[in-house]
Design a protein around this ligand. Structure first.
Ligand SMILES: O=C(O)COP(=O)(O)O
Ligand SMILES: [Mg+2]
Length: 225
């Protein structure tokens, strides 16, 4: 079984997210942040993104009244701008075709809310690759909690020690470790401005098109043991 993260791994969704954060800030009469700042704030769900935009940094909490005003504005904007500016990363289609062709059960596990995950996957033409989609609000906990990964393993009847997670951020690595999965990360995603190699995933690839070689090499190494 292979589970794949969405934002920063399959899809560069920041152009839409940043557009909506900036439009929300305009509506609130506050200064825009721009795409580079938003790139570092994605990965823990849209609620956290809105809170980060209001405080202007990764950590910290805005006044609750500000959040209550901003969050519905963001939801309305993002509903109308879920996929307009978002793009598949190079190599994604090749990687998915390889995994599907090789017969791996495929799941998408994201912290993005389901109301956005489903249209985004469909609009970019990759929904059909996944037999299971677990969104940030599908279960009581999201990544870095291992629950979404364990849920997917149960769904597919997969042994976690034979399971692979592919992601871009520390949340993916932490969730995969806690669930007993192997974790490969992409080098190009959003990891809050940090190099994902610091989190020590089992492998780092520059494109999902490298998956075939990575899987062949690791199974050859395992066979030699
Ligand atoms: O922060 C989000 O909304 C989603 O992030 P993820 O797809 O990388 O889990
Ligand atoms: Mg991600």
């Amino acid at each position: 079984m292979v589970l794949i993260d969405l934002d920063g791994t399959l899809i560069d969704s920041v152009p839409d997210l940043a557009f909506c954060v900036d439009a929300m800030m305009d509506e609130l009469g506050r200064p825009r942040h721009g795409e580079a700042a938003v790139r570092n704030w994605v990965g823990n769900g849209v609620e956290r993104l809105v809170r980060r935009a209001l405080v202007g940094q990764l950590d910290g909490e805005p006044p609750e009244a500000d959040y209550e005003r901003a969050y519905p504005l963001f939801l309305e904007l993002y509903r109308a701008n879920t996929s307009n500016r978002s793009r598949l990363y190079p190599g994604v289609r090749e990687g998915l075709d390889f995994l599907k062709g090789a017969g791996y059960p495929l799941g998408c596990v994201t912290n993005k809310a389901a109301q956005f995950t489903e249209p985004l996957l469909a609009d970019l033409g990759i929904r059909r690759y996944f037999s299971l989609v677990v969104s940030g609000d599908s279960l009581p906990h999201k990544k870095p909690h291992p629950l979404p990964l364990r849920h997917a393993a149960d769904y597919f009847g997969a042994d976690p020690h034979q399971a692979l997670m592919i992601g871009d951020s520390i949340s993916d690595v932490t969730a995969a470790r806690a669930a007993g999965f192997t974790i490969i990360c992409v080098s190009y995603g959003y990891n809050h401005g940090r190099d994902i190699r610091e989190a020590k995933p089992d492998g780092v690839i520059d494109s999902l098109a490298e998956l075939e070689d990575w899987l062949v090499e690791t199974s050859a190494t395992a066979d030699r043991r």
